[in-house]
Ligand binder design. Structure first.
Ligand code: GUN
Length: 291
């Protein structure tokens, strides 16, 4: 059994990006620039946005954060998006989700210029992904593809079972892994709350992607001997430790790991790859190579 070290792979990719960004700055050009728009006081969102700022600094990208009050109206937010769409010094930007309830998320995402949509959430970006055209891929599934590729895991002809059908992870990764590409060319089964015999189907997977958002859901009896298990879950479980909590994934790591050929740990697996994917998309946006 081999543990896929997402932290290590993410740090390698950051080094590659830092070298490219140093080259750009050395030749006198401006650095790639990512903007994050944060509306309101959601604690998790504040942490994510700070991590994105920190990651930009590490690779020499410029980062700007627009911190807006919870009472910001949809109209005001759309005006800021229009401004960012037209600002040539901004390569890509994201609007951190969730948004306050009075703002319509689809109106907001739909207003982003797809050429600057480094989150890959715009319907045009998702449509291009469906068609296999060059685009910005959503960060978490893009990170999973990087983990598979950089760990030299063979995917072609394999049966991949995806647990979960969210717009951000389950649905896009099922499309990416079924495409005629490497990684990809899998036979993909998507399981969700309407699936009968989910456990039996999971146990037939050569590659199992656990992205249903339920702590420690995947048990050893749901995993085939020699399977590759990718755990997308991140859950904070309160305990009596000094910290007061520990982090678990969607997989019961201790009992599942011995059966696997490869497995991602939580923390330190898929998580570190998500921000790195956003940086990769920002670099693409800088080069305008998505066109
Ligand atoms: N909230 C949780 N994950 C994400 C993400 O990847 N992008 C944005 N914009 N918001 C999020």
């Amino acid at each position: 059994m081999e543990i896929i070290d997402g932290k290590l792979i993410a740090s390698k990719i950051k080094k590659e990006l830092a070298a490219k960004s140093a080259e750009i700055i050395d030749r006198g050009d401006r650095a790639p620039h990512l903007v994050a728009v944060l509306v309101g006081e959601d604690a998790a969102s504040q942490t994510y946005v700070s991590s994105k700022e920190k990651a930009c600094k590490e690779v020499g990208f410029t980062s700007t954060v627009y911190r807006l009050e919870t009472k910001t109206t949809e109209k005001q937010l759309l005006e800021i998006i229009d401004f960012l769409n037209n600002d040539d010094d901004v390569d890509g930007f994201i609007v951190q989700l969730p948004l306050p309830q009075h703002i319509n998320v689809q109106n907001v995402i739909g207003r982003i210029n797809p050429e600057k949509d480094v989150d890959g959430f715009h319907p045009v970006s998702l449509g291009r992904m469906m068609l296999g055209e060059p685009t910005y891929l959503p960060a978490t599934p893009y990170g999973i593809m990087q983990l598979l590729e950089r760990s030299n895991i063979q995917t072609s002809g394999k049966h991949c079972v995806v647990l979960g059908r969210s717009n951000i992870v389950g649905t896009p990764i099922s499309v990416m892994l079924s495409r005629k590409a490497n990684p990809g060319n899998c036979t993909v089964t998507v399981c969700h709350t309407g699936t009968k015999k989910l456990k039996e189907i999971a146990a037939t997977a050569d590659i199992l992607i656990a992205a249903m958002g339920q702590p420690a859901f995947v048990t050893a009896d749901m995993v085939k001997e020699g399977a590759v298990v990718i755990d997308v879950g991140i859950h904070r479980i309160e305990d009596t430790s000094e910290k007061g909590y520990h982090i678990v994934g969607d997989v019961k790591f201790d009992e599942v790991a011995p059966k696997c050929s490869y497995i991602t740990p939580v923390p330190g697996g898929v998580g570190p790859m998500t921000i790195v994917s956003l940086l990769m998309n920002t670099f693409k946006a800088y080069n305008k190579s998505e066109k």
